[in-house]
Design a protein around this ligand. Structure first.
Ligand SMILES: Nc1ncnc2c1ncn2[C@@H]1O[C@H](COP(=O)(O)OS(=O)(=O)O)[C@@H](OP(=O)(O)O)[C@H]1O
Ligand SMILES: Nc1ncnc2c1ncn2[C@@H]1O[C@H](COP(=O)(O)OP(=O)(O)O)[C@@H](O)[C@H]1O
Length: 219
């Protein structure tokens, strides 16, 4: 949050942002517009939220593959993967999950500014934190809710984590003894139809169609 703005020497705008004092924004001549022209697409953030096992990583990679095959540049920021590096200092406490979401939101914003279609796939269980990420890239945030029943996610349990959570060996597991706040008003909801889950590639096509309709697949 920018608390203080004042004029420095040569009229440069000096600010205090968080704990950073006496800082100034340096504007480059080559900006988002130029990069988008180069890439022939619009930078944006596709934010995929849902329970563990709901299919976030699978659809994120299917979407990345679909866009790649059509000649568009996308990059996946996966919650699990980022916790191997950038976010390795964060636990699954409410405070650390919030910081996790904030950091991924900031990184996604940079990718979108680079002109890339950034696909963020993380549980991101809190509505207010997802909304804060949306506010970082107004008009370029596409929230996709993997609306899969807990029973399905638990039956899939590809990493055996639900089993451990039910046995009390993992505390604070989302959907078991930790909250998940479903989106109220997101751009896309991916659900089962007639008890069937569609294929990852058809889910990816659904998202690609949305991106196309909204003009993200042209400069
Ligand atoms: N307590 C607890 N709750 C939920 N998930 C847990 C937990 N502990 C470990 N894991 C594993 O971490 C993955 C979720 O990381 P995220 O960064 O996406 O989570 S969050 O957005 O900060 O809530 C999640 O990966 P996905 O299954 O891909 O969602 C789990 O494999
Ligand atoms: N559309 C789908 N149809 C059938 N199985 C799926 C589908 N999407 C994901 N899966 C399976 O569900 C499990 C969880 O998927 P994953 O993408 O790892 O979920 P998440 O990233 O939300 O934890 C995996 O075993 C995956 O193969």
């Amino acid at each position: 949050m920018c608390k203080e703005v004042y004029a420095g020497v040569n009229n440069s705008v000096m600010s205090t942002v968080g704990k950073s004092t006496n800082i100034a924004w340096y504007e480059c001549k080559i900006g988002k517009h130029e990069r988008q022209q180069l890439l022939k697409q619009k930078g944006c953030v596709v934010w995929i939220t849902g329970l563990s096992g709901s299919g976030k990583s699978t659809v994120a990679c299917a979407l990345s593959r679909e866009l790649y095959s059509r000649g568009y540049l996308a990059y996946v920021l996966d919650g699990d993967n980022l916790r191997h590096g950038l976010n390795r200092d964060l636990s699954f406490s409410a405070e650390d999950r919030s910081e996790n979401i904030r950091r991924v939101g900031e990184v996604a914003k940079l990718f979108a500014d680079a002109g890339v279609i950034c696909i963020a796939s993380l549980i991101s269980p809190y509505r207010s934190e997802r909304d804060a990420c949306r506010a970082m890239v107004p008009d370029s945030f596409i929230e996709v809710f993997m609306d899969m029943p807990l029973e399905l996610c638990e039956a899939r349990d590809p990493k055996g984590l639900y089993k451990l959570a039910r046995a009390g060996k993992i505390k604070g597991f989302t959907g078991i003894d930790d909250p998940y706040e479903a989106p109220l008003n997101c751009e896309l909801v991916i659900q089962m139809k007639n008890g069937e889950c569609s294929s990852p590639s058809s889910m990816a096509e659904q998202i690609t169609m949305y991106l196309d309709e909204k003009g993200f697949l042209k400069a």
